[in-house]
Design a protein around this ligand. Structure first.
Ligand code: AMP
Ligand code: ZN
Length: 452
């Protein structure tokens, strides 16, 4: 079996990955808050963890892997946006979730095994784990307290708080610039439950009508669907603190375990001119806008050119290069696709998703003429030749000459060269160029493309 190595933010090292059970490999990734169209920065974790999901399925078998990515459908941004648009919260979150699914499907991402919606895990049946029960248990165990309709997690009750962020509580408290609500015992205590006004969505609870804090939902949904301790937890690097630190606090203290997940993986930022792409800065392009100009495969490959832990700059040049590369790969991939990806590509990915190495391996495969292996590998990686070909056909500039005429002239030129009549060969090349057809002589013969 392939040995997988993954970098964990918890240990800050790349270690051999050993699943809790090789027949039941479990991964949780924090998903979108569905109030608005996702931007291409939000697509980074989706694509990165899709690739990991594909790799895990390859190594352990498709049946052995469970991938959960939640949908956050309770959030103050959602309430505000629904009010602004004059639509119901359910309408807004349904529409946005549907758009998200369309977007990421076009980026070649598989649907996770489960996509729980937060609102479905607030109050459930008597025997089912939900957010309210989690809060109750935390209070019982002395890790949370009620204050003015709120329930807060008491970080001083947890010696290991700050382990993921690699900061001590004292350091964090000293650096805390947040305005501290009067009902908090400690500056770093965070909200598990908060009261809702009549106008706000709310659920009945022992602490009155209210709604959960953001961190709580992932602790509840991951435990309900994957168990108290699972293998891999992922998300963007901005989630390490406070979101993931707080998830760990809630889950470990609630279940009395020493950990929530074994491996914590975080993707770096997608940037625009050196700055994180984000809604608040306003420097974002939506996935939809990118897909209006480019096929999903091109965006997917552009995203994978940098290693997932490194920042990546999103540029038109990067997309153009990805398009050229994919064109070369698809042109060279032919015949019945191999059912398995090339071992060199799997090996590169098994090394903490080394996608630059993966790309070099694919180039090598192409150079070696492994047409079926190339087709199988591209399919495994989530690239789809048909969608790409459709896009090309729709976007390629029209050739000014009929195809048969271009081919006749190329044949004539080959004949001229064979007779060492280079003047005639050059004349034909220039004649084609005048019509915007560029010839390329390679080892495999002469190909042509329309000059752009
Ligand atoms: P948000 O909607 O901000 O909660 O983000 C959803 C997911 O996208 C989280 O995993 C974030 O870490 C991730 N994310 C947001 N912006 C970026 C970015 N510019 N680059 C990479 N990941 C991002
Ligand atoms: Zn989360």
């Amino acid at each position: 079996m392939t040995t997988l190595k993954l970098y964990s933010s918890l240990t800050r090292s790349k270690d051999v990955f050993t699943p809790i059970a090789a027949t039941d490999v479990r991964m949780y990734v924090c998903g979108p808050t569905v109030y608005d169209r996702a931007h291409i920065g939000n697509a980074r974790p989706v694509i990165v963890f899709d690739l990991l999901y594909r790799l895990l399925r390859h190594v352990y078998g498709p049946e052995a892997v469970t991938y959960v990515r939640n949908i956050t459908d309770v959030d103050d941004k959602i309430n505000a946006r629904a009010a602004e648009r004059g639509v119901s919260i359910r309408q807004l979150t349904d529409d946005t979730a549907r758009a998200f699914h369309e977007d990421v499907a076009e980026l070649g991402c598989l649907r996770p095994t489960h996509e729980p919606r937060a609102t479905e895990f607030i109050c459930r049946g008597e025997d089912e784990l939900d957010m309210v029960k989690l809060v109750e248990r935390l209070i019982e165990r002395g890790h949370a307290y009620e204050a003015e309709g709120h329930v807060l997690f008491d970080v001083s009750s947890m010696p290991a708080y700050g382990r993921l962020a690699h900061r001590s509580l004292d350091e964090m408290q000293a650096g805390a610039r947040v305005e501290v609500a009067p009902y908090k015992k400690g500056a770093m205590d965070f909200v598990l439950w908060k009261p809702s006004s009549e106008a706000e969505p709310g659920w009945d609870s022992p602490w009155g009508r209210g709604r959960p804090g953001w961190h709580l939902e992932c602790s509840a949904m991951s435990a309900a669907l994957l168990g108290e301790v699972f293998d891999i937890h992922g998300g963007g690097i901005d989630l390490i603190f406070p979101h993931h630190e707080n998830e760990i606090a809630q889950s470990t203290c609630c279940f009395g375990r020493d950990r929530m997940a074994n491996v914590w993986m975080h993707n770096g930022f997608l940037q625009v001119e050196g700055e994180k792409m984000s809604k608040s800065v306003g420097n974002f392009v939506t996935i939809r806008e990118v897909l209006a100009d480019w096929p999903g495969d091109v965006a997917r490959l552009a995203m994978l050119t940098a290693h997932y832990r490194q920042p990546i700059n999103w540029t038109i040049k990067g997309l153009q290069e990805a398009e050229k590369t994919l064109g070369q790969w698809f042109d060279a991939a032919a015949g019945e696709a191999d059912p398995r990806p090339a071992p060199g590509v799997v090996e590169a990915l098994a090394d903490d998703l080394n996608t630059p190495k993966m790309i070099a391996e694919i180039h090598r495969l192409r150079a070696e003429g492994g047409r079926k292996a190339l087709a199988g590998t591209l399919g495994f990686l989530g690239f789809r030749p048909d969608a790409f070909a459709d896009w090309r056909a729709a976007h390629a500039p029209e050739a000014a000459l009929p195809l048969a005429e271009i081919e006749r002239l190329i044949e004539d030129r080959i004949a001229a060269r064979r007779e060492r009549n280079f003047a005639e060969a050059d004349r034909i090349r220039d004649e084609l160029l005048a019509s915007g057809i560029v010839l390329k002589d390679g080892a495999g013969g002469t190909s042509w493309e329309v000059a752009r």
